[in-house]
Design a binder for this molecule. Structure first.
Ligand code: SF4
Length: 445
């Protein structure tokens, strides 16, 4: 576990010299504990203290990279058990399993399907981010052919085989770029570790229980492989979840032999159960989730869960406060007002787009809060909106002086008209009412 501020303070010079730009050594210790400062900022720290502090600063869960290039996946390096304690940092890779027994046409169709699993949600692009190629044939040639097809997606790969031979053949032909090799077991680990070391690839490790898993990671580490991923899917869903939770706890207690990111696989034939299981694995605490699902309606909920959990709870998701243009706006286009909470903005933007009525959306800085929250906390006032309407942002953009405010803040209409000199129209309360409003009320106005 990372050192707490008081433990760090005990190792500092305690002279309060302020050379680190902090008023006291204790303040600096607090910043270091929150990873908001570097030890290098204190010029007087002793070598002994530096060694102790740098050791404690090493992440309890190793950061492991899979693949290379812009789609490289980095997992691990998490520091807390619960998101609200700080944040989770490296979202799990969600991977689609592709068996190597598909014929040419079926394989091409499968790869095409996986490539299309991309979505846009609250301004963020989400997609299946890796492919697990399974050696169900037990042979090298079909495995290499499937790896080659999967590689065309330029996503990180997991090469999965019971024996090292098929993976060695695929790696020897240079088909995959730094894939995760899956999986070393107590029976085969030497061949898999040799392969991982030779090709500088991360290695998945699979064992029937955590004791054996810990023994295995130590042996593999001694064989020269540092980057490992613990596959905890040996049992049923409940056992896998327990194992994922136990490994996270032990890793955060600095049990080094389990200090690696984890992975889990779900092959449930029932799509609903599969979605629920994968979502649970993504929430607690898998670094990779592999699934047999490959339909957009199944993947989207899993990616949404991941997206929600891996946002920083200390920072509301915000868009830049400014004037946005949706569609081919003209001087006659309507002007709508909303807040800079991402979910609010993208809901409004989506509905304006759906209405096919080109419009301006004026986004005010409400510190990432929604309309009602901003209004209740005085972060969205008639003064703020009036200032925005009469600012340079709108100068020369529209030939009218009409503004549409969210229905939830209708009560500020009078004050806003007085403050701004603009005619105030009260829009719908919910974004879903915007298309009808723009097509009827605005167009007839
Ligand atoms: Fe303390 Fe070092 Fe900061 Fe000086 S520079 S106040 S000794 S932490």
């Amino acid at each position: 576990m990372a050192l707490k501020a008081l433990d760090i303070f005990k190792l500092l010079p305690k002279t309060n010299c302020k050379k680190c730009d902090c008023p006291t050594c204790l303040a600096f210790a607090m910043k270091l504990a929150q990873k908001q400062a570097s030890l290098d900022d204190c010029p007087d720290v002793t070598d002994e203290a530096r060694a102790a502090l740098e050791g404690s600063a090493a992440p309890p869960i190793r950061l492991v990279a899979i693949g290379d290039g812009p789609n490289k996946l980095e997992i691990g390096n998490e520091t807390v058990m619960f998101r609200h304690e700080e944040s989770f940092y490296h979202p799990p890779g969600i991977g689609i399993l592709v068996p190597d027994n598909l014929d040419g046409e079926a394989l091409a169709a499968k790869i095409d399907t996986v490539g299309k699993l991309q979505f846009l949600r609250v301004g963020t692009e989400m997609r299946a981010d890796m492919v697990g190629v399974e050696n169900v044939s037990g042979e090298a040639a079909p495995f290499s052919k499937t790896v080659e097809a999967a590689q065309s997606l330029e996503l990180p790969l997991v090469l999965m085989a019971k024996e090292a031979g098929p993976i060695a053949a695929a790696l020897a032909s240079g088909l995959a770029k730094k894939p995760l090799i899956h999986a070393a077991t107590p029976e085969n680990w030497e061949a898999f570790a040799k392969l991982a070391k030779e090709h500088n690839c991360p290695l998945a490790v699979l064992a029937p229980d955590l004791d054996k898993l810990g023994e295995l990671t130590e042996k593999i580490k001694n064989a020269g492989v540092e980057d490992m991923v613990l596959d905890l899917s040996a049992g049923n869903v409940s056992e896998t979840l327990q194992a994922l939770t136990a490994v996270r706890k032990l890793a955060l207690k600095n049990v080094k032999k389990l200090g690696y990111p984890c992975m889990a696989t779900c092959k449930d034939d029932d799509p609903g159960a599969n979605v629920a299981t994968c979502s649970m694995y993504a929430a607690k605490y898998a670094g990779i989730v592999l699934t047999t699902l490959d339909r957009g309606e199944h993947l989207l909920p899993i990616l949404t869960v991941r997206h929600n959990i891996y946002t920083d709870p200390r920072k509301p998701i915000q868009v830049e406060p400014k004037l946005y243009e949706v569609g081919a706006v003209t001087p006659e286009s309507p002007v709508l007002i909303t807040t800079n909470f991402s979910l609010t903005y993208y809901s409004v933007e989506g509905e304006v787009e759906a209405s096919r009525v080109p419009a301006y959306i004026g986004v005010l800085d409400t510190e990432g809060t929604s309309v009602l929250t901003a209004f209740a906390s005085d972060k969205l006032t008639s003064d703020d909106i009036a200032a925005f309407l009469n600012s340079d942002a709108l100068k020369g953009k529209v030939s009218h002086r009409k503004v549409i405010i969210p229905g939830y803040v209708a009560v500020m209409s009078g004050a806003l008209e007085e403050d701004s000199g603009w005619e105030v129209l009260v829009g719908p309360r919910e974004a879903s009412g915007i298309p009808k409003y723009l097509k009827t009320v605005w167009k007839s106005g």
